[in-house]
Design a binder for this molecule. Structure first.
Ligand code: 5AD
Ligand code: SF4
Length: 475
């Protein structure tokens, strides 16, 4: 049954926490473990942190790997068809485990669940799934779990709209010193290829005071870097009772003492204001990196995509940003093979890449999403043509990216040390304020600290560096 999300009061949040505590009396004794596999964007990754928070409250411990877990949760994505197919493949492999382990449970959540066609498939072909919930009711997980455990029946709870934003979920942070913070949910842009507005709903901004409170709490807890998340952060605040701007939010948050770095994504070019450029350029704490998807170079294609800007307007915007911040690191998203895209249109995409010189780019092959306007457009581009264009795009992007990495050699940066490198225990990895990954030999006890490094050489996806001084705190 689909329902509308109601306003979740503090009393409701407390009720869920109480259910979680009750459940924990039963679950802790059993030493059960969970594993969450997250697909898709940062928004999903952050939702998974909230789910982890709830599960730990309920008494599950984190499993070391998927094969050992008693409870598997797939937080799904439906932006492209491949991500969906992956989920169906994984589910097929799980059925046998239910027979072997009486405590074994499977939950599915995230964007894919918000589509009727997916729910129908799951009901018909995968009726062994225990809990299915959507993007609007994560906070209800303790209650859904309780219902499943008490009734022994599978629980499907998907809501198709929303009224209010749910605040105050317990959340487990991956790092002590950095954290993501949602500033808004949903999207109103309806780019014609994109399913997000249908599965994440209309744009809702959180109140400035709620965001500032959350950041202050995080900073008091040791967080030095935050990443603001929203599908289109540049339209933040427009729908609040007292409207405000993203630039104004950033200015206020930058004043929080102890917070050292602010990142954000994603920016929609049509809503990026001069005020934001000014605030970014004049505020040291705001990292000089900007993810600015252009999707396609041709103005005709952009129009069919409903992106709200022309090729010339995009390039003009980039120029303004570069004049204000010459060291800005720009990244982007590009779609190849949108319906009706001709070779001429595609040349415009290559031209933008050459002119802007992105540090890196996410490149996507257009994926037809049922229910979006583009899915029924005529002139879908054939696969062979898309492949040729996709490879041409990489051939242009890769040398530009390599050139950028090479140009960083001998430069000095302050990096935030984040973790021990996956391949070498003596090496730590961190990021520059421009977002580039850096490897450096350093003491693991300094993870979470800012250090000054000099770049010694460049690899494709990271830079090698040496420490300059012992330790330099502060940015
Ligand atoms: N096909 C291919 N790429 C898509 N994206 C969104 N929808 C689709 C689709 N149907 C890409 C866009 C967006 C990124 C998150 O995913 O480039 O910016
Ligand atoms: Fe999708 Fe466009 Fe919204 Fe981004 S701005 S989430 S691409 S509809």
């Amino acid at each position: 049954m689909k329902r509308t999300q109601i306003k979740v009061t503090t009393a409701e949040a407390k009720r869920q926490a109480d259910i979680a505590t009750q459940l924990s009396y039963h679950i802790k004794d059993k030493n059960l473990t969970y594993f969450i596999a997250t697909f898709g964007c940062q928004m999903n990754a952050h939702d998974s942190e909230k789910i982890e928070g709830v599960l730990e409250l309920v008494g599950y411990a984190k499993a070391t790997n998927e094969n050992e877990a008693d409870f598997i949760i797939y937080n799904t994505c439906c932006v492209r068809e491949n991500a969906e197919l992956k989920i169906y493949g994984k589910l097929g492999n799980l059925k046998a485990r239910k027979k072997k382990n009486p405590n074994f449970m499977i939950a599915l959540c995230g964007c894919m669940m918000q589509q009727d066609i997916v729910l129908d498939t799951l009901k018909q072909k995968f009726n062994f799934i225990d809990i299915i919930f959507g993007t609007y009711n994560i906070y209800k997980l303790p209650e859904l779990l309780q219902t499943r455990l008490e009734t022994d029946e599978r629980v499907i709870d998907i809501w198709d709209t929303h009224d209010e934003i749910v605040e105050d979920l317990p959340s487990i942070r991956k790092h002590n010193f950095k954290s993501c913070v949602n500033i808004m949910y949903g999207c109103n842009n309806f780019c014609t290829y994109c399913i997000v507005p249908y599965v994440r709903g209309r744009e809702r901004s959180r109140e400035v005071s709620d965001i500032i409170d959350e950041v202050k709490h995080l900073v008091a807890d040791g967080v030095k870097e935050i990443m603001f998340l929203g599908q289109n952060v540049n339209s933040y605040g427009k729908n609040l009772t007292t409207p405000t701007t993203f630039a104004s939010l950033l200015t206020q948050v930058a004043k929080i003492e102890g917070l050292e770095r602010i990142r954000f994504m994603t920016s929609h070019p049509k809503d990026l204001s001069d005020e934001l450029i000014e605030v970014m350029a004049s505020t040291d704490k705001i990292c000089k990196s900007l993810h600015l998807p252009f999707q396609a170079g041709s103005t005709a294609v952009l129009k069919k995509m409903n992106r709200g800007y022309t090729k010339e307007q995009y390039l003009e915007l980039v120029n303004k940003i570069k004049v204000a911040m010459p060291n800005i690191a720009l990244t982007t998203d590009i779609i190849v093979g949108f319906p009706s895209e001709t070779d001429e249109d595609f040349k415009d995409t290559l031209e933008i890449v050459k002119v802007v010189k992105y540090v890196s780019a996410f490149t996507f092959i257009y994926s037809k999403r049922t229910g979006t306007p583009a899915a029924t457009m005529e002139q879908q581009v054939d696969e062979a043509t898309i492949k040729i264009r996709f490879n041409q795009l990489l051939d242009v992007l890769n040398p530009i990216s390599a050139q950028y990495m090479q140009a960083q050699v001998d430069k000095e940066f302050i990096i935030l040390l984040e973790e021990v490198s996956k391949n070498d225990n003596n090496i730590l990895s961190g990021r520059t304020d421009t977002g580039t990954l850096v490897h450096v030999q350093a003491d693991p006890k300094d993870i979470g600290e800012f250090v000054k490094v000099r770049i010694t050489n460049a690899k494709t996806h990271y830079l090698n560096a040496e420490l300059v001084n012992e330790k330099e705190l502060g940015v």
